[in-house]
Design a binder for this molecule. Structure first.
Ligand SMILES: Nc1nc2c(ncn2[C@@H]2O[C@H](COP(=O)(O)OP(=O)(O)OP(=O)(O)O)[C@@H](O)[C@H]2O)c(=O)[nH]1
Length: 629
C-alpha cells in the first residue's frame, strides 16, 4: 500500500521518521513522508527524513506560542505536500500524539487534504501515559473523539501499555543476564531513563506494527517471493476504512538458524511431518501472542467488526495449516463478518511474523479510562472555577436583624391563650396553628375534616373552635368563662364577621342583642337561630320539623296505615255493611238515594229528634254518618 505519511508534532515527526527508515530499509519504498512542527529541536533531531520533508513553523505570536491555527500556514503546508511524490498513493496517514498541541492542526489539514485528495485519510494516534497527568489524558480523550469523527480510521497505540511492557521485559532480561560474565550478554540494553531513548523504543514498535501492514501487497523483486494468498492494498484499506478505532497486533519469532537444524530438515520424512506440525503450532502461538500480548492497544477481540490476518516470513516457514487455523479462530471470535487474510513471503529474513489487525473495535479499556479521566477532570475544573468565583465575589453574609427594624413589624403578635381565657387548650391550639398554614380547599361539613382558619380574614378576637359544631366559645372579659353562642352571644365593642360566616357551618344570627345581661357585662340573649347541621350536607342528620308528620316506612310497605281523626276516609266495607256512614257536616248536600237500591233517606230534622236518643244509647264515633238501609 502506497501512503503519504504526515507527522504532526514531536510524536508524529519521530514516528514518521521511524516508518520512513523501515520503509527505506525494506527497499519497498512505498512511503512519501513529511514532518510538521512548531519546535525546531524536534525536527532537527530526526534521523532519517530528508531535510526537505521537515516543515518548521516558528511561533509568530509570542503571547500565543501554542495557537496552532495562527502559527501554521496551511497554504505553505499544502504546497510542500504537493511537491512530494503523491501520484500513486492509496491512502494518507496522519501520525500524532494525543494530548499535545499539534493535534489541533488535524482538523485544519484534513479539511485541506480532502479538497485536494480523494484517498482515505487514516490516523496513527498515540495515547499518553497516565503519569503525564489528568490534563493530558483529558485532552487526549477529546482529541480522540475528534479524530474518530474526521478520519476514515484511527490506529491506536498506547504508550502506557507499551512503556510498562517494554520496561518489565527489558528489566527481566537484564537481571537474567546480570550474572553472566559473557560480554555479549552484558550488551543487552536495560530500559532507558532518557525520554528520547524511551520514545525511540516505542516508535520502533509502532514502525514494525504499522510498517509491515503498509508493505503488505507491495514487493520488490529482490526481497519477495510470490505469495500463496495475496493480500493487496485494497484489502488492507477496506479493513481500515470506516471502522473507527483499530488495533494492530504484531508478533514475530526468530527462526532456528544453526547448521544442525538445517541438517535435520533433510533427515527423514518423520522429521518433515513433525516439522510441519511445529510450523503450524508456531503460527498459532504467534497469533495468540499478537492478539493477547503484543497488540498496539489492549482490546476485546470479540468486539471487533473486521479483522485482517497476515503472516510474513520465508515461504518455507509459513505453514498454511497454521494459517487456516488462525483464520478460523479469528473469524469465529470477532463480532463482525468481514475477515481478510493473506501471506507475505519474504526471502532474506530469519523471522516469522504475524499481523492481526482488528478494526471497528467497541471495547477498548484504555479509551474508556481516558474518557473517565476527562469527565473527572472537567468536574474538578468546574469545582475549581466555582471556588475561585466565590473567592472573587463572595456572597454577602446575612445582615443582622437589627439592621432592618421593620422586620419585626411584619411579625405576628404571639398568641397568648391566657389573654383569651384559654388555659388547657395550649397543645390543641398549637396543633391547629400549624395546620392553618395548609391552603388546601376543603368543603365544610365533610366527614372527618378539620377546620382551618381563613388567613385572609382577620378576626377579633381569636376564637377557639372546638369539636362541638354548635358552639363557638368566645373569651369572656373576666372570669375566663366559656359562653355558648347558641344561647348568648358576646358582643364585642367592634364586632367583626367570623371566618366561619363564609362557610355554611359557621353562619350565626347577626341581629342586634335583645336584652342585656347585667351580670355578664356585654352579654345579650338572641333568638337561637337554627343553622344547618353538618349532617345536612351529607344527608345524615336531616330531620323533619315537628308537626309535619313524617311518613313512616310502613306506609310504603302497606303494613300499618293509620288514618288520623280527620279527614276520615271511608272504610272499605262501607258499602257492604250497616252501621257506617259519611261524615255529615253542616251544609253538606244530601245524598241522593238511587231508586233501585231501596234505600230510605232519613230527614235531617227527624233524625235530630230521634238521634238524640240514639246518641245516648250508641257511643259509636261514626254516628254522624247518614245511615243507608
Ligand atoms: N510513542 C511516542 N509517543 C510520544 C513521543 N513523543 C511524545 N509522545 C506522546 O505524545 C504526546 C504528545 O506529545 P508531542 O507529540 O510531543 O506534543 P506536540 O503535539 O508536539 O505538542 P507539544 O505539547 O507542544 O509538545 C505526549 O504526551 C507523549 O505521551 C514519541 O516519540 N513516541
Amino acid at each position: 500500500m502506497r501512503v503519504l505519511a504526515i507527522g504532526l508534532g514531536g510524536a508524529g515527526a519521530r514516528i514518521v521518521d521511524k516508518l520512513y527508515d523501515h520503509d527505506r530499509r525494506s527497499k519497498v519504498c512505498c512511503m512519501s513522508a513529511v514532518a510538521i512542527d512548531i519546535e525546531a529541536n524536534t525536527l532537527l533531531q530526526l534521523r532519517h527524513l530528508p531535510e526537505t520533508a521537515r516543515i518548521f513553523f516558528p511561533p509568530i505570536d509570542p503571547d500565543h506560542p501554542y495557537d496552532i491555527a495562527r502559527n501554521i500556514d496551511i497554504e505553505e503546508v499544502m504546497t510542500r505536500v504537493q511537491r512530494l511524490d503523491t501520484l500513486e498513493i492509496d491512502a494518507i496517514l496522519l501520525c500524532c500524539g494525543l494530548g499535545g498541541s499539534m493535534v489541533d492542526f488535524v482538523p485544519i489539514i484534513v479539511k485541506e487534504l480532502r479538497t485536494s485528495y480523494v484517498e482515505p485519510i487514516f490516523a496513527v494516534a498515540i495515547l499518553p501515559r497516565l503519569a503525564e497527568g489528568k490534563k493530558i489524558s483529558a485532552k487526549a480523550a477529546a482529541d480522540l473523539e475528534l479524530l474518530r469523527e474526521i478520519t476514515d480510521g484511527t490506529i491506536l497505540f498506547d504508550n502506557e501499555t507499551w512503556h510498562d511492557k517494554l520496561k518489565s521485559s527489558l528489566t527481566a532480561t537484564a537481571k537474567e543476564k546480570a550474572g553472566i560474565k559473557n560480554q555479549a550478554a552484558r550488551r543487552i540494553p536495560s530500559f532507558p531513563q532518557n525520554p528520547r531513548d524511551m520514545y525511540d523504543l516505542l516508535n520502533d514498535r509502532i514502525a514494525r506494527q504499522v510498517g509491515l501492514l503498509l508493505r503488505a501487497g507491495e514487493f520488490n523483486e529482490a526481497g519477495l517471493e510470490v505469495a500463496e494468498i495475496v493480500l493487496d492494498a485494497g484489502e488492507v484499506l477496506n479493513t481500515l476504512q470506516g471502522s473507527g478505532y483499530v488495533s494492530v497486533g504484531y508478533a514475530a519469532e526468530p527462526l532456528p538458524g544453526s547448521w544442525f537444524d538445517l541438517f535435520n530438515r533433510w533427515r527423514s520424512s518423520k522429521y518433515f511431518i513433525e516439522g510441519s506440525h511445529e510450523k503450524a503450532a508456531r503460527i498459532v502461538a504467534l497469533a495468540k501472542r499478537a492478539v493477547y500480548e503484543e497488540t498496539s492497544i489492549p482490546c476485546d477481540l470479540t468486539s471487533a467488526d473486521k479483522a485482517l490476518v497476515l503472516i510474513a516470513g520465508p515461504s518455507a516457514e509459513l505453514s498454511m495449516k497454521g494459517f487456516q487455523t488462525v483464520r478460523k479462530w479469528i473469524d469465529r471470535s470477532i463480532a463482525g463478518l468481514e475477515m481478510r487474510s493473506g501471506d507475505y513471503p519474504v526471502k532474506n529474513t530469519s523471522y516469522v511474523g504475524i499481523i492481526i489487525m482488528l478494526s471497528g473495535l467497541h471495547n477498548i479499556p484504555r479509551v474508556e479510562e481516558i474518557n473517565q479521566i476527562r469527565i473527572e477532570y472537567l468536574l474538578e475544573r468546574e469545582e475549581e472555577e466555582r471556588k475561585s468565583r466565590q473567592k472573587a465575589y463572595p456572597e454577602p453574609a446575612d445582615e443582622p436583624k437589627e439592621d432592618y427594624p421593620w422586620a419585626d413589624e411584619t411579625e405576628e403578635e404571639p398568641y397568648r391563650p391566657e389573654e383569651y381565657g384559654e388555659e388547657d387548650g395550649d397543645e390543641e391550639m398549637a396543633g391547629e396553628a400549624t395546620e392553618e398554614k395548609d391552603e388546601m380547599i376543603s368543603l365544610p361539613g365533610s366527614k372527618g375534616e378539620k377546620k382551618f382558619r381563613d388567613d385572609t380574614i382577620e378576626t377579633i378576637p381569636r376564637a377557639a373552635v372546638r369539636g362541638d359544631e354548635d358552639t363557638i366559645v368566645l373569651p369572656g372579659k373576666e372570669g375566663k368563662r366559656e359562653i355558648d353562642i347558641t344561647r348568648k352571644t358576646v358582643v364585642s365593642s367592634a364586632p367583626a364577621p367570623k371566618n366561619g360566616v363564609f362557610g355554611p357551618k359557621e353562619i350565626r344570627a347577626n341581629s342586634a342583642p335583645k336584652e342585656l345581661d347585667a351580670s355578664s357585662g356585654f352579654t345579650a340573649s338572641v333568638k337561637p337561630v337554627q343553622r344547618p347541621k353538618e349532617g345536612t350536607m351529607t344527608g345524615e342528620a336531616v330531620s323533619l320539623k315537628q308537626g309535619g308528620q313524617r311518613a313512616r316506612d310502613e306506609i310504603f310497605s302497606g303494613d300499618t296505615v293509620r288514618i288520623g281523626d280527620r279527614p276520615q276516609r271511608p272504610s272499605d266495607d262501607l258499602l257492604g255493611r250497616s252501621g257506617r256512614g259519611f261524615d255529615r257536616g253542616a251544609g253538606k248536600p244530601r245524598e241522593v238515594v238511587p231508586s233501585r237500591s231501596g234505600l230510605n233517606v232519613i230527614d235531617h230534622t227527624t233524625r235530630t229528634e230521634t238521634g238524640k236518643k240514639q246518641k245516648d244509647d250508641d257511643t259509636d264515633p261514626d254516628d254522624d254518618f247518614v245511615w243507608i238501609t
